[in-house]
Ligand binder design. Sequence first.
Ligand code: ZN
Length: 276
Amino acid sequence: MSPLATILFSTAALMTSAAHSAEVELWRLDCGEIEVRDLSLFSDTYNHVGEKRTLTDSCYVIRHDQDYMLWDAGLPAGLLGATLDPSAVLAPTLAKDILTQLAQIDVKPEQISRLGISHNHFDHVGQAATFPQATLMIGAADLAQFKADPLPFAVNPALLKPWLAGGSKVDAISGDRDIFGDGTVTILSTPGHTPGETSLLIRLAKTGPVLLSGDVAHFEEQFESRGVPGFNFDRAETLASMERLMGIAKALGATLIVQHDTRDIAKLPAFPKSAR
Ligand SMILES: [Zn+2]
């Protein structure tokens, strides 16, 4: 194609895409709870010594016209109804699985064509294997860690068996990714918690832009205190990623949602209601 033809062609393509803007909808699912008996594990700046807190575990469903995507897959279904271990520093439990919640909004598991994972920890990939038909979208550096020896903290390859065994499709992400090519849903590279950690930007027509933090932060105070979990992959990268999310939130006027912070659940409509 000549350069002029290329320009004309892309202009026509842009006009076509402007004529139809995709309908985007977002639901927040309950994907478990983690009781933290020593919150200072999550902050190396001594801000929370001796504190206890319950973290929530969030998953999200995104509809882009007819395409459904799941963002994070929560705690493993084996934890359904688990009683909290009184002696554990971190005690996880799950009240409802993802399938049950999808049924409530009339979404069949096979309709989930993309499974975006913020990072490789067990509390974000727990129920992934329920969706083997979905293309797994995960940071390339996080994917590589499933083959590390020894395995890093909280990384369990059994939870991603359909993809790691080679049967299901994997899309390893480097940098940012505009998933549908129209800027409505973008995976953002925000490394630090893990080497390939990502966040998600969703641009909703009525609600406006929403930023899902992954585990760049685990609770709101960390943005202010610069508290970083001692077990993070890279402290400096974590701070740079916090900076990036705050910058984007400010520039776009986006709602920044810390996925593990129970206080941020209310930033989206209560399930089964959705944000549009
Ligand atoms: Zn987490």
